[in-house]
Ligand binder design. Structure first.
Ligand SMILES: Nc1ncnc2c1ncn2[C@@H]1O[C@H](COP(=O)(O)OP(=O)(O)OP(=O)(O)O)[C@@H](O)[C@H]1O
Ligand SMILES: [Mg+2]
Length: 325
């Protein structure tokens, strides 16, 4: 068996604020194979962006601290890399589309030049003509006529700006693309188009993708694997079939998926569950989901649940000890 492209092992991340330590990630483990798409889902504050920023080693300086764990990329621990090594990895091997795409574009630089900049930095072996050709190719690939490369971001619609961001992220043909809510800022019809395009490009370039989204329809359509996060932990993880069609689930996943009408529903969002995610400055004892769990027992209030593994399907819940509920 070949090694996974990305493997996160027992990652613990804290943010240090004036008031307290925020326990943003409490030992998460994930893996992603070449060419696969892994969906990260969970309510606001679950730790999804923190996971992405940790992989990129872009946690806010002094505030964000990786306390434990490993992030293996092609078998090498990214946490051991120097900043100079990380600069090469970012863009070239791993690139990220941020939660707010509009912040990724430089408003006073022509869009073509923004793609060109990445090529100049990372592909000095290419001639100027080759670089220009690649800029045209990338724009065409995301559905923007190459002639518009001389325009500035404000001359583009939201959906087109996001396409430019995607073109930049994919220009260096990274092995891993991290997309943090890449379409949240777009209206629904454009969202579907942009996601479809990302999926197609990913297949064409054989890129692996970590896709962070609130949209379960998107997950069911694009992801090979799904990790459900709650309060800085992965509470359920498996192949998309396990998550959408499997019989057993973490009660949190059940709550999230609520009454998912069908696998290919496009507009289904995570449904709200009663109560709130615990404050990561003061996490509950035992299972972190117990205060909101309809199946909570005394044991759940005290003991941290063990991981239950069924093939690739993982559930972290005491109820699984009994197999049947
Ligand atoms: N710079 C920071 N300083 C202090 N706390 C932070 C910082 N960034 C994130 N956090 C906290 O860490 C936890 C995880 O945040 P994170 O941004 O990873 O969540 P998320 O799952 O991406 O949420 P969303 O769906 O809203 O984007 C939250 O409790 C958040 O308040
Ligand atoms: Mg986020």
């Amino acid at each position: 068996m070949s090694e996974p492209l990305l493997e996160i092992k027992d990652l613990v991340v804290e943010y240090h604020t004036d008031e307290a330590d925020v326990h943003a990630l409490n030992g998460i483990s994930l893996s992603l194979d070449k060419g696969e798409t892994l969906g990260l889902v969970g309510e606001t504050g679950a730790g999804k962006t923190t996971t992405a920023l940790s992989i990129m080693r872009l946690l806010p300086k002094k505030i964000g601290e990786i306390k434990n764990g490993q992030i293996l990329f092609e078998g090498e621990n990214l946490l051991d890399k120097t900043e100079a090594q990380m600069r090469l990895i970012r863009g070239e091997s791993i690139s990220m589309i941020f939660q707010d795409p509009m912040t990724s574009l430089n408003p006073v630089m022509r869009v073509g030049d923004q793609i060109l900049e990445a090529l100049r930095l990372h592909r000095p072996d290419m001639s100027k003509a080759e670089q220009q050709k690649k800029v045209d190719e990338m724009l065409e690939m995301v559905g923007i006529p190459a002639a518009r490369k001389r325009e500035y971001p404000h001359q583009f619609s939201g959906g087109m700006k996001q396409r430019v961001v995607i073109a930049i992220a994919l220009a260096l043909e990274p092995k891993l693309l991290i997309a943090d809510e890449p379409t949240t800022a777009l209206d629904v019809t454009i969202q579907a188009q942009v996601l479809q395009m990302m999926s197609d490009l990913k297949t064409k370039l054989d890129t692996s993708m970590l896709l962070i989204t609130h949209d379960l329809g998107v997950v069911s359509q694009t992801c090979d694997k799904v990790a459900v996060m709650y309060a800085g932990e992965v509470v359920e993880y498996g192949r998309a079939e396990d998550i959408f069609l499997g019989k057993q689930h973490h009660p949190y996943t059940e709550g999230l998926f609520g009454s998912l009408p069908e696998l290919n529903a496009t507009a289904k969002r995570l449904s709200p569950i009663n109560g709130l995610m615990p404050d990561p400055m003061a996490l509950p004892e035992g299972c972190k989901f117990h205060p909101r769990c309809p199946h909570c027992t005394e044991r759940c209030k005290k003991e941290i649940p063990a991981v239950h593994q069924d093939g690739e399907h993982m559930i972290r819940c005491h109820l699984m000890d009994k197999e049947v509920r």
